[in-house]
Design a protein around this ligand. Structure first.
Ligand SMILES: [Zn+2]
Length: 434
């Protein structure tokens, strides 16, 4: 069956064009204003942006171990609803994804979904930060990102050895930047508000010190590093300066850090508990400004499903993390401000993350298709249709995710994902899973 997306604005890396796109057998087969509509399912997308399917570098899919919160299949449905065609399963599962067997298991679960599910392997055995995991064996399976996310690699010698080990493998390490000694016991941003609320804070310095340390380790080793979920203006400035020097570093930011401030923790609502924590206004605004620059390579979600009984615990006992996949596109559109550039929108949500995660090329070993492309004829059909004029109210009642720990319930949203086509298959149409 052929699908034709008709009348949309197709967003290339530098230019846009009003043109139809025809898709068949997983590939874009035709472009133009007079494509053949015979036997085609025609979807009118006038007024919408048609771009490469979104790519998430940071998805907690919870399988194996916490399938009560999410599994690969339910996470993929949430991803599709959010416009994603590729996700990166984080390795802080139970057990951690630190071996060929576990990585193979999650890749196989991903292959059963309509999306491409890449896997991030653990840097150290059990994510304990001590012994290096068999990264070469996992890389041979197609793993391109390694991280102990959930926590950062604390020991600088272990991180140095990991960078040296990873370098010839052509893979990238990704660091959760928090010095655990400095952040110990903290449940929100450290500052006047945490003091007033009687909660222990996690200082911005805990993040910035780790960014600084790992930039120096990249300099020492010539390795590659991706900085996960940066939350402060100073962290972004450190990465921008390292890039200007030519170091191979990249970074991502999360919608919750550029949408919310720590004020949201003021009612002890654990939906707003996240690591690194929500910061103050200055940092939130610095992230928003940086979205328009090349300092930031990607917006990622840190989609972190938790079972309801856990998120209902008191603020200082509840687990950190919130859902992200189903709202990231709208929140990024909103944060880009008045008259946002569609090129920058797709740079942050698709092309940038596809570059960092090495997902731009078809990988036959793992059966992953190509993402973040230019939607040219012959390319893999991973496509999203985003309606910038849509206005809607988010609700935790109609999430595709198995979990409901969203901080965006009842929030007014700008712009909406209407269609997701993954590997040529219509997975979401008119905002509804097919
Ligand atoms: Zn993390």
């Amino acid at each position: 069956m052929k699908i034709v997306l008709r009348g949309g604005l197709v967003i290339g890396p530098t230019t846009s064009a009003l043109t139809d796109i025809a898709i068949r057998d997983g590939v874009i087969v035709e472009r133009g204003t007079s494509v053949d509509l015979t036997n085609a399912q025609v979807i009118d997308v006038s007024g919408c942006w048609v771009g490469p399917g979104l790519v998430d570098l940071h998805t907690h899919l919870r399988e194996p171990g916490r399938e009560d919160a999410e599994d690969v299949a339910s996470g993929a449905r949430a991803g599709a609803m959010g416009g994603y065609t590729a996700l990166t399963a984080m390795p802080n599962t139970e057990p951690a994804l630190d071996s060929v067997a576990l990585v193979s298991f999650v890749l196989a679960q991903g292959a059963k979904t309509p999306l491409d599910v890449a896997v991030a392997g653990a840097i150290t055995v059990g994510r304990r930060g001590e012994l290096l995991a068999p990264m070469a064996e996992m890389a041979a399976l197609g793993v391109r990102i390694f991280t102990d996310d959930g926590t950062g690699v604390q020991n600088p010698l272990v991180m140095r050895r990991a960078l040296e080990y990873a370098k010839p493998l052509g893979v990238r390490l990704a660091q959760h930047c928090e010095d655990e000694a400095l952040a110990a016991g903290g449940v929100m941003n450290e500052g006047a508000l945490s003091a007033a609320l009687g909660l222990v804070g996690r200082p911005a310095l805990a993040e910035e010190l780790m960014v600084l340390r790992d930039i120096e380790l990249v300099r020492l080793t010539g390795g590659r590093m991706h900085f996960l979920h940066l939350s402060t203006g100073r962290s972004i400035a450190l990465v921008a300066a390292a890039k200007a020097e030519g170091l191979d570093v990249t970074c991502e930011v999360m919608p919750h850090h550029f949408i919310f401030t720590e004020e949201r923790c003021g009612h002890y609502d654990a939906q707003f508990k996240v690591h690194p924590p929500l910061r103050g206004e200055l940092d939130r605004d610095a992230l928003r400004v940086a979205l328009h620059t090349s300092a930031i390579d990607a917006v990622a979600t840190d989609h972190a499903p938790h079972a309801p009984q856990l998120k209902e615990l008191p603020f200082d006992e509840a687990p950190a993390g919130m859902l992200g996949l189903e709202h990231a596109a709208s929140l990024t559109y909103e944060a880009l401000g008045e008259d946002p550039s569609p090129q920058q929108f797709f740079e942050l949500l698709s092309r940038g993350p596809a570059r960092v995660g090495q997902l731009r090329e078809h990988d036959r070993r793992v059966g992953l298709s190509a993402h973040g492309g230019d939607l040219s004829v012959g390319s893999d059909a991973n496509v999203v249709v985003f309606d910038p004029a849509a206005r809607w109210i988010a609700s935790k009642e109609n999430l595709a995710s198995r979990a409901t720990n969203t901080p965006y319930d009842a929030r007014a949203m700008l712009g909406k994902v209407r269609v997701t086509i993954a590997k040529g298959r219509l997975v979401v149409n008119e905002g509804v899973l097919q």
